[in-house]
Design a protein around this ligand. Structure first.
Ligand code: ZN
Length: 401
């Protein structure tokens, strides 16, 4: 892989080889970033070169791994102008294969797994990451081993089974699933593709940053509102902006990055408000937005650093505000969003009210997935109203899945 020079630890800067499968920094557990020879790449890779290329995230091939992609057509999702707010856009990730932004990361992780000759991939997941891994593993002819709490949304369990993944339903929490993967992986020869413990999922997610720039004609928006569980997309987009600046595609300007969480699980918001560099694990995490039930993001220290550098912030919204926004988007925009995505609109309303954003500011809201994968959660919410069913109160999640 000549374009990729090495992997680099985000904590200590230690370089590692990209020619063999890596997880995290062996010294300090830091998240690994894939580094490219951008000085060489910039000589021939310019925005004009993108014209006529495949309408998927693989159009940015020069800043992606040089391996035959395992693709289902992910990426280059619509950037829709809001019908309600002028100058606001909705980046609709629900149109990805498997209905969520998880497709981007898993497409690259599975591409690299096949490239490295790995055969068996495993992930603990309570949501869309499982479905995405299962689909790409099927497309690559690899084994997928998925561990889910037995009360996961039906869509995630059913699609996994249909993609031919080995789905294990665990009578416990997502933390128990993660422990089972950790215990079994060596004996079974599995490679764990958990969020940020596999460096190439970030490379898939970063393409959202390239797309924001390309779809807004290489002009950075004032703000990006991103529903933040594990926060890989936020970290990935920031990496993309740095790469684009190094290639001379954009200047030093950056959007104000906004991380939105649910008040039922808001560790990043708490750390942000307290001015801390890392978050504490959030006890008894519970929210209708399953993807935001991440009590402690593995890359929390990177997320908080980005919020600071960009002049952004972290804020929390309630489940009631999320459900209200979900309905509003559906009725005014024609978008049936995942609850996580609807949190973006709830956040934008607050930031407009507090004058953090003005109505002239160009702001991109991310919808991370389709609401169609949450029908049971949404239906439960409608019938139970304010009272959350026990099955939605998954507590003690230890990682971003
Ligand atoms: Zn390190």
């Amino acid at each position: 892989m000549t374009r990729i020079t090495h992997l680099e630890c985000s904590r200590c800067g230690e370089p590692l080889s990209a020619e063999s499968p890596q997880t995290v920094c062996p010294g300090d557990g830091g998240v690994l970033f894939v580094r490219y020879d951008l000085a060489e790449i910039k000589k021939s890779f310019r925005p004009a070169r993108l014209a006529g290329r495949t309408p998927t995230m693989w159009r940015y091939a020069e800043v992606m791994p040089e391996a035959e992609p395992v693709t289902l057509g992910e990426g280059l999702t619509p950037m829709l102008a809001s019908r309600e707010f002028p100058n606001v856009y909705i980046k609709d990730e629900g149109l990805n294969p498997t209905g969520s932004f998880k497709a981007r990361g898993m497409a690259v992780a599975v591409t690299m797994a096949r490239y490295h000759g790995l055969r068996k991939l495993a992930v603990p997941s309570a949501g869309n990451a499982a479905g995405a891994l299962a689909a790409y593993a099927a497309a690559a002819g690899l084994e997928a081993h998925i561990f889910m709490p037995k009360d996961v949304p039906a869509a995630n369990r059913i699609e996994g089974e249909y993609y031919g993944a080995h789905v294990t339903l665990v009578d416990g929490l997502i933390s128990d699933c993660a422990r089972m993967v950790a215990q079994l992986q060596q004996k079974e020869g599995w490679f764990d593709v958990s969020t940020l413990k596999e460096p190439f999922r970030l490379e898939g997610k970063k393409t959202m940053g390239y797309e924001v720039a390309e779809q807004l004609c290489w002009k950075m928006p004032q703000g990006i509102i991103y529903p933040t569980g594990g926060g890989v997309g936020l970290i990935g987009m920031w990496k993309a902006f740095d790469e684009m600046e190094q290639m001379g595609w954009i200047g030093p300007e950056r959007p104000q990055m906004v991380a939105v969480q649910s008040i039922g699980c808001a560790p990043i918001v708490k750390a942000w408000d307290e001015g801390k560099a890392a978050s504490d694990s959030w006890p008894n995490a519970g929210t209708v937005a399953a993807g935001l039930r991440v009590p402690k993001a593995y890359g929390d220290y990177i997320i908080l650093d980005i919020l600071r550098k960009s002049g952004g912030l972290a804020l929390a919204v309630s489940d009631e505000e999320i459900m209200d926004a979900l309905k509003q988007w559906a009725r005014t925009e024609g978008i049936f969003a995942a609850p996580e995505g609807a949190a973006s609109l709830a956040a934008y309303r607050k930031l407009l009210e507090s004058c953090f954003f003005g109505s002239d500011d160009v702001v991109v809201m991310f919808n991370t997935g389709t609401g169609l994968k949450y029908l049971d959660a949404i239906e439960n919410r409608n019938t139970a109203r304010r009272e959350l069913p026990k099955s939605r109160e998954i507590a003690g999640i230890i990682g971003p899945y």
